[in-house]
Design a protein around this ligand. Structure first.
Ligand code: HQG
Length: 180
């Protein structure tokens, strides 16, 4: 694995799940101070310079991270298991959103709906191709179409992270249809 990829995976662990792995804490909105973060990463076997961190953020294919305005802080755009308040505004979703999962989860999902599992919210994709890639991470992919417009009209809240991923608390099974 390329060094930057290895460092980026560790960064995502710190910013989403285990800030203590680099000896740091996140603030309520999920921000980490860059200077102690880099010192902590170095100690943990990830010698990343400020320039490398800029490159990781700039080149990340899923736009996983954002800096604050003066680049003294960084956070993950979504995917947290630790409690953070991203401060996203509610947004009206398109009529359909998509969720990629693996075949083996299907029975459970069709029985109890989509749940956030280890994350803070359910992650939905804006198109089926992206959803398929997300599902592939877990095994034989299955793409579900989510009747987001109906959910919204019935009172569910939707949010869009800074990288375009849609978030909602849960999706009852009656709004799901299997596509492939
Ligand atoms: C499944 C990645 C059984 C759910 C992606 C999924 C995304 C259920 C798995 C982001 C269930 C959780 C999130 C139920 C949901 N019974 N299984 N009731 N409800 N599931 O990784 O959505 O590369 O936590 O279908 O691109 O796969 O990490 O969520 O298969 O944006 O940056 O439980 O993570 O980005 O898996 O992925 P995950 P996800 P990164």
């Amino acid at each position: 694995m390329a060094d930057l990829t290895r460092h980026s995976k560790f960064l995502s662990l710190i910013l989403r799940h285990q800030p203590e792995a680099a000896g740091i804490t996140l603030d309520r909105q999920g921000w980490a101070e860059v200077t102690p973060l880099l010192a902590g990463m170095q100690k943990a076997g990830h010698p990343v310079t400020a320039e490398m961190l800029e490159e990781i953020v700039r080149t990340d294919e899923k736009m996983r991270y954002s800096f604050n305005e003066d680049h003294t802080k960084i956070r993950a755009n979504q995917g947290h298991s630790v409690h953070v308040e991203l401060g996203l505004r509610r947004k009206e979703p398109p009529e359909y959103l998509w969720h990629g999962t693996a075949e083996r989860f299907l029975d459970s999902i069709l029985a109890e709906g989509l749940r956030p599992m280890s994350r803070q919210q359910v992650h939905l994709s804006a198109d089926p191709e992206t959803a398929r890639k997300v599902g592939q991470r877990h095994g034989k992919p299955v793409v579900l179409r989510v009747r987001a417009g109906d959910m919204h009209r019935n009172g569910a809240y939707f949010f869009q992270a800074d990288n375009g991923v849609w978030l909602t608390d849960n999706v009852p099974a009656c709004y799901l249809e299997r596509m492939e």
